[in-house]
Design a protein around this ligand. Structure first.
Ligand SMILES: [Zn+2]
Length: 57
């Protein structure tokens, strides 16, 4: 399954868990990968590892 990453405009952290407290709901950019110089969200990573990352896609 392909991940979808969201980053809020002006931010530098990409989220892929809609359960994340930082999950952008508006004013965000969507990518299918994290650009080289940007970071993945630590909370999303944690939720993902715990299996709490629910994805609709
Ligand atoms: Zn996140």
């Amino acid at each position: 399954m392909r991940k979808v990453y969201r980053k809020k405009y002006g931010g530098d952290v990409w989220h892929w868990c809609e359960n994340c407290s930082g999950w952008p709901k508006e004013d965000y950019t969507v990518r299918h990968y994290i650009p080289h110089n940007d970071k993945g969200c630590e909370e999303c990573q944690k939720l993902d590892e715990e299996g709490k990352c629910q994805k609709k896609w």
